[in-house]
Design a protein around this ligand. Structure first.
Ligand SMILES: Cc1ncc(COP(=O)(O)O)c(C=O)c1O
Length: 382
């Protein structure tokens, strides 16, 4: 193992941004530790109002919101679900857990989002859903994806783990599919450690979503006084977070303008100061189409080769800076191969997975940190 100096700039560092302590103390004092308490309602309402989503249910993770997709879209064994190979395992596992067969789409080389040009060729009579992932919080080409899905009467649900408050053609990400999933994991713009949300754009799915999230019972209706006892009415699990976590999350969401404006500055700093180095070294930088307002979730570099990418990770680490690669192609993983994945199936995914490096990106980065990162990168010559 190489000897590295102490870390000076972490790739991620979750921090308090507002009234987290105060709200958690209030939740504890109210002796309402379990889910769906006052802070859960406030955080959900904030998201509903800001995004214009009919119903938001906080969940224990984005993974769990994605698992709820599979129930709500009535995914059955042998159904096919189309999703990018370049995504996190939860996007696929949620459906595989219900017996579905994943069909892996390649990504566009510019935004690294599901390539809508290859989508129609993947559709078969067994296709039940399409799951676009808004990588790095930059919107997928939703007009084209919805047009194709609509023509084939296939549901679209968005994995928006990275994209809270991003927009596509002026409309918030998470508003396009029947359902969308958010993540509040500590690596995300807004966090409560582990957490997520299910955004429900189709009001017809709200009742069942509440039941699935409450262990397959109609307890939510009971708490609202709509039934006089609650019982087992459907399949389900326990997907609701503690109100103490919701209190933490609410405090973070209330500071959304401050957080997003800081993250915008971080992104623009990297983008401005790395342009020349990137051009002279044939390194790719993120691309944001003019009709997308990104969520400022991450900044990445695309190095010409895997060796150069690994070299830069080591070069930065020797200078006390932590940078990371991202997704390995799902279709080439052990599980992906069991579903028939082969090298060459998704060439852009395979190439980008070797090239991509994520720079430190979090809510506590200072300008001095950013200079350190940029100067260290500029010293990496090849
Ligand atoms: C695209 C995507 N979907 C889902 C998840 C899972 O999120 P969580 O950790 O909240 O379950 C992640 C995690 O980073 C992700 O990147």
């Amino acid at each position: 193992m190489p000897q590295y100096p102490p870390l000076q700039v972490a790739y991620n560092q979750p921090v308090m941004v507002g009234k987290e302590n105060e709200y958690m103390a209030q939740a504890i004092a109210a002796a309402k530790f379990s889910g769906d308490g006052p802070f859960t309602h406030r955080a959900s309402e904030l998201l509903e109002q800001q995004l214009g989503v009919p119903k938001v249910l906080l969940t224990t993770s984005c993974t769990h919101a994605l698992e709820m997709f599979a129930f709500l879209l009535d995914i059955q064994p042998e159904d096919e679900v189309i999703l990018p190979s370049f995504t996190f395992v939860s996007t696929v596992n949620a459906f595989v857990l219900r017996g579905a067969r994943p069909v892996f789409a390649d990504i566009r080389p510019d935004t690294l989002n599901l390539d809508e040009a290859g989508l129609e060729a993947l559709i078969t009579p067994l296709t039940k859903a399409i799951i676009p992932v808004h990588y790095a919080g930059v919107g997928c080409e939703m007009d084209a994806i919805l047009e194709i899905a609509g023509r084939h009467q296939i549901a679209v649900a968005e994995d928006n783990a990275h994209g809270l408050f991003g927009k596509y053609k002026g409309k918030y990400l998470g508003r396009f599919g029947v359902l969308a999933a958010q993540s509040f994991h500590e690596t995300k713009n807004f966090t409560c450690g582990e957490g997520g949300a299910l955004l429900i754009n189709d009001p017809a799915l709200v009742d069942r979503a509440e039941i699935i999230r409450e262990k397959g019972t109609n307890r939510s209706r009971f708490f609202r006084g709509q039934v006089d006892k609650y019982s087992w009415v459907d399949v389900g699990s326990s997907y609701l977070p503690s109100d103490i976590l919701a209190a933490f999350l609410l405090a973070q969401l209330e500071e959304r303008e401050k957080v997003q404006s800081h993250r915008r500055k971080v992104w623009e700093f990297y983008n401005e100061h790395l342009q020349d180095w990137a051009r002279t070294h044939a390194v790719g930088l993120p691309y944001v189409p003019p009709h997308c307002e990104q969520a400022f979730h991450m900044f990445y570099l695309l190095l010409p080769t895997l060796d150069l990418r690994q070299g830069l990770i080591a070069h930065l680490r020797q200078r006390g800076i932590n940078s990371v690669f991202h997704y390995l192609p799902l279709h080439l993983s052990d599980m992906g191969q069991r579903f028939g994945g082969l090298p060459g199936d998704c060439p852009v995914t395979e190439r980008v997975s070797d090239q991509l490096l994520r720079l430190p990106f979090h809510n506590a980065l200072t300008e001095a940190d950013l200079w350190k990162v940029v100067e260290a990168i500029q010293e990496y010559d090849f």
